[in-house]
Design a protein around this ligand. Structure first.
Ligand SMILES: NC(=O)c1ccc[n+]([C@@H]2O[C@H](COP(=O)([O-])OP(=O)(O)OC[C@H]3O[C@@H](n4cnc5c(N)ncnc54)[C@H](OP(=O)(O)O)[C@@H]3O)[C@@H](O)[C@H]2O)c1
Length: 331
């Protein structure tokens, strides 16, 4: 375990108050899209000056994301207590908060169930999957969530920055500040509603852009440049399902713009078609069953005839194309 020695605890000042989290059963009215950083913009300067000083914190899951975040946060002056799979029993004791959980989505729920209840109070979740039901099932309130827009291809290389990563919740300011100081662009999203929109847009990027990249065997930048028609048709099929899942209105222009900029920023990355059950099949079950999505899934080895039953649980996972760990770089 990469435990640091000092016992000085960090007491971060609370971030700006966030309104209650929207849930699928509590839709909130349509709202204006949050401002998006321009492609050439440097990392936004927020959070503002009086921010928490670096202190001790925990990262669970020392894979690509966990290792990249640990390096950046250590560089920013934090003492990072890292917990690998071998050390997972330590989560049964109170750990230095905040606690960044950098496991894959499938590992998240059993891990949190095993935790000491005190550890539930300052969690930072960065899975970039559909976290709403997990958060509700486990009663995790408050929680900080992150949408990562960097590409970590292994445990040792510097992650490739794409766009500023987004964080929302009680520890957003502390994490954003640390990542920025450690060289990873990041910014705070102050409102949960706006963050849900961002989580939906990232899920759509993984399902549509990275999905097409995997199916066509071309990098994501070529998908947004040369397969624009197919991408738009696919997003037309997926958008209503994503809006239904997240209970947010989603605007095609905003989604396309962000997908375009992120894909160009990590040019050369090719999707793997991994973790379809957490992305494409989730959207399929929510109603994204048009011809382009059907073609995409068939191309990635999913027999869509077996998916026709509404509400079917994670079907078709025995196919080789679904065996890769996730839809992220090097996966
Ligand atoms: N890589 C990227 O660039 C990127 C970008 C954006 C978002 N994400 C998301 O971030 C999440 C993590 O991605 P990743 O690429 O870092 O995956 P990864 O390389 O597979 O890392 C996950 C790590 O978590 C460990 N782990 C799992 N269960 C654990 C437990 N109970 N206790 C301690 N450690 C545990 C795993 O150990 P084992 O190896 O033993 O299973 C592994 O080392 C995924 O949800 C992914 O979609 C990744």
């Amino acid at each position: 375990m990469g435990t640091t020695s000092s016992s000085q605890a960090s007491m971060p000042t609370p971030p700006p108050a966030t309104p209650p989290r929207a849930t699928p059963s509590q839709p909130t009215p349509p709202r204006a899209a949050p401002p998006q950083p321009a492609p050439s913009q440097p990392a936004p300067s927020q959070p503002a000056p009086s921010q928490p000083a670096p202190g001790e914190l925990t990262i669970i899951g020392m894979g690509r994301v966990g290792s990249a975040m640990a390096r950046a946060l250590e560089q920013a002056g934090h003492r990072v207590r890292s917990i690998t799979r071998r050390e997972e029993g330590e989560v049964e004791q109170p750990l230095p908060p905040p606690i960044v959980v950098a496991t894959r989505l499938a590992d998240l729920e059993p891990l949190i169930c095993r935790m000491h209840p005190a550890n539930h109070l300052r969690l930072v979740l960065v899975q970039n999957g559909f976290l709403v039901p997990v958060i509700e099932r486990l009663g995790l309130d408050p929680v900080t969530t992150g949408v990562l827009y960097f590409a970590a291809t292994d445990r040792t290389s510097l992650p490739r920055p794409g766009l500023p990563s987004l964080f929302c919740g009680p520890d957003a300011v502390l994490i954003v500040r640390g990542l920025q100081r450690g060289g990873i662009p990041a910014r705070v999203v102050p409102y949960r509603d706006a963050m849900l929109e961002q989580e939906a847009i990232k899920l759509l990027w993984l399902s549509a852009v990275a999905g097409l990249s995997a199916a066509l065997k071309i990098p994501v930048d070529q998908v947004v440049m040369w397969e624009k028609g197919r991408l738009e048709a696919l997003l037309e099929e997926m958008l209503p399902a994503a809006a239904e899942l997240y209970q947010r209105p989603l605007e095609m222009a905003q989604v396309l713009d962000l997908h375009h900029r992120y894909s160009l920023a990590i040019a050369g990355y090719q999707g793997s078609g991994g973790d379809l059950s957490e992305r494409n099949l989730l959207l399929w079950q929510a109603g994204a069953r048009g011809p382009v999505h059907r073609w995409l899934l068939e191309t990635l080895g999913v027999n869509t005839e077996g998916l026709e039953t509404p509400g079917l649980e994670t079907p078709g996972l025995e196919t080789p194309g679904l065996a890769t760990p996730d839809g992220h770089p090097a996966a």
